[in-house]
Design a protein around this ligand. Structure first.
Ligand code: NAD
Ligand code: MG
Length: 413
């Protein structure tokens, strides 16, 4: 019986992880949950899973959570009353909870950084969904993993695919994952991308893209932030940096290929030019289950892949003019040090402003580029955690200030 903690339990990753736990009650149990502010769903999750500890990001909502748990009918009450914690310290304590074997990081954005580091310091293995944490703080997270011996199992579908493919090579060595040392014999990574909401739009129409347009994904059902990242292809750019930190390859050997059907979840090319790919329907439960069951494979009744039903798999090179976020991510990754943290924070802030309809879709890359340029002279190659947190805060502020003064003129400038 593996004990699982779910950070961000009320989100897309969190709810899918809990659905897997419910499907395999003999294999997995939940010991810790953390959430932002969705109390209705959280109370239901506490009832169903009976965790030992629950942490709310919004500490002010704790009394209300306590009141709702106490108001449950006796038959509805969880098997045990969980310890209730709040705020950043509470999230970190829940992430480091003693009885957990594996921590699923489903918090969105750099808000996941401190809880993730707390879990690593406590020696927990992680199922990494919260890519922003690794991207913003790779130079801090990698040494922390080395010091504690925690393993970072990739939950992102592309990186899970790469991880699964590498299990099929004679050089497979999980201990090498996220050490910064490239896997021997791994020559090239190809990350597949669905192309996001605007893959069939002419570039000229992107200026008119609305929030509703950008938050409807053709293949995957996910949280709002990552769905916008998929529409700008920043998600793929972030995944390039994520792959660099996980698998140790340099940026010249990590490529993006548009694959609209999302059946091949990514590919590795080995030294002899053989290419291995992992296939499946686009369903996040599969990479999440693999994180939970690894190194085992569990039997599921899930829909089996039928390539005759798919008919065709197609591929094309990404359009760098239409999607400047990809190039910005490569540039930030190559610059290294604190630059990916700036890229990530500027992106989080720009996407939040776009979702609030305060900037247009095409402003997103323009703001990120400007803020990354400003950071150039201050870049630090070997930042501390404090440096990363300070730079993350600076980049958010710089993005907002720039948006307030330059948008919408930014677009036409
Ligand atoms: P989501 O918005 O659906 O859920 C986010 C969760 O984090 C919620 O539980 C929310 O309450 C919590 N949260 C939000 N802000 C918080 C804060 N400041 N402090 C603490 N908790 C907070 O997001 P999601 O789609 O589940 O994505 C979660 C992470 O997984 C992201 O990093 C995303 O890039 C990654 N990811 C998601 C998918 C997917 O299919 N959804 C796929 C690959 C990777
Ligand atoms: Mg992905």
């Amino acid at each position: 019986m593996k004990a699982i903690s779910v950070l961000g339990s009320t989100g897309s990753i969190g709810t899918q992880t809990l659905a897997i736990v419910e499907e395999f009650p003999q294999r997995f149990r939940v010991v810790a949950l953390t959430a932002g502010r969705n109390l209705d769903l959280l109370v239901d999750q506490i009832r169903r899973h009976g965790p030992e500890v629950v942490a709310l990001a919004d500490a002010e909502a704790l009394p209300e959570l306590r009141r709702r748990l106490e108001a449950l009918e006796p038959a509805q009450r969880p098997a045990r009353q969980p310890e209730l914690l709040g705020g950043s310290e509470g999230l970190c304590a829940a992430a480091a909870w003693g009885s957990a074997d594996l921590v699923v990081t489903g918090i969105v954005g750099c808000a996941g950084l401190l809880p993730t580091l707390a879990a690593i310091k406590a020696g927990k293995d992680l199922a990494l969904a919260n890519k922003e944490t690794l991207i913003a703080a790779g130079p801090v997270v990698l040494p922390a993993l080395k010091a504690s011996g925690s393993r970072l199992l990739p939950a992102d579908s592309e990186h899970s695919a790469l991880f699964q493919c590498l299990q099929g090579t004679p050089w497979a060595d999980t201990a090498r994952l996220s050490t910064g040392v490239p896997t021997p014999g791994l020559r090239r990574i190809q990350l597949t991308a669905s192309g996001g909401a605007f893959r069939d739009w002419p570039a000229a129409d992107l200026a008119k893209a609305t929030v509703a347009d950008a938050t409807s994904h053709p293949n995957w059902s996910m949280g709002r932030k990552i769905t916008v990242d998929s529409a700008t292809l920043m998600n793929k750019g972030l995944e390039v940096i994520e792959a660099h930190y996980l698998f140790g390859l340099d940026y010249d050997h990590i490529e993006i290929v548009i694959h609209p059907q999302s059946i091949i979840h990514s590919m590795v090319e080995l030294a002899d030019s053989s290419v291995l790919a992992q296939l499946g329907w686009p369903d996040m439960r599969l990479p999440l289950l693999y994180c939970l069951s690894w190194p085992e494979r569990l039997e599921t009744p899930w829909r089996r892949l039928d390539l005759t039903e798919v008919g065709q798999l197609s591929f094309r090179a990404p359009d760098e003019q239409k999607y400047p976020c990809m190039g910005l991510a490569y540039a930030a990754g190559r610059a290294g040090g604190t630059m990916p943290a700036v890229l990530n924070a500027a992106n989080e802030q720009a996407v939040a402003l776009f979702l609030e309809e305060r900037i247009s879709f095409l402003d997103i890359p323009l703001l990120i580029e400007s803020v990354c340029e400003r950071h150039g002279a201050d870049l630090r190659q070997d930042p501390s955690l404090e440096d990363v947190l300070a730079i993350d805060a600076w980049a958010r502020l710089a993005t907002s200030e720039l948006a307030a003064t330059a948008s919408p003129a930014l677009l036409t400038a």
